[in-house]
Each structure stands twice: as C-alpha cells, then as structure tokens.
Design a protein around this ligand. Sequence first.
Ligand code: TYC
Length: 118
Amino acid sequence: MSYQPHILADRKDGPGAGGPGEETSLLAKPKPKTQRPPLYKVLLLNDDYTPMEFVVHILERFFGMNHAQAFDIMLTVHKKGLAVVGVFSFEVAETKVAQVMDFARRHQHPLQCTMEKE
Ligand code: TYC
C-alpha cells in the first residue's frame, strides 16, 4: 500500500482531537501526575578533634563553597552540633557522604557526615 499522509493528517478522532478521555475544558484541567524524586540533606556533625581548617577544606572541596561560606558553615557546626551542608538526589548525597567519610578517615580525623531524607 502506498504512503498516504493526508489520511492521518485529516483524522478528526486522533490524539489532540479532544475525544473521550481528552479533557479540553479550562475549568477541569487534569492534574499531570508527575512525581519529583525525593531529596536528601547531607549533614556534617561536630566533634572535639577534627581541626577547623580541615572542615573548611572539606566544605570547599566537596560542596563547592567559597572560603567565607565554608568558614561560616564550619562555625555553625562547631557551635550547634551539626548543619545541613547541601541538599541532593539520593545518589549524589550518597557520593558526597562517602567522599567526606573517606577523606576524613584517610587523614585520621573522626569527622562524621550523614544524610537524611528531606
Ligand atoms: N569542634 C572542632 C574543633 O573545635 C571543629 C569542627 C567543626 C569539627 C565542624 C567538626 O564538623 C565539624 N576543632
């Protein structure tokens, strides 16, 4: 059979024609059922031994903060016991936690980093 584009193009009952199941009313607009993926907070915990400069370095290196931001967040953790240092998808948060924990362990500091669902 030969290709006849006008047959499809001229259809009055195809997608977008507003037939059964296709709501076109402005008053009863169907809600798109999309779901945003959950986000995870990455938390840095205070301890009595990890040097302040080391924590500042971690925040610059793994969380893209400038020195002033990093120093600020480090002081918040130091004073309050913990702080959120970023919010990410599950996979990115997991990677950040692993990078921080590994870097701290390799430098023999007891720094703790965890994540929790937002
Ligand atoms: N409390 C540490 C000190 O006085 C500094 C510190 C800050 C440690 C933040 C961990 O997540 C931390 N040397």
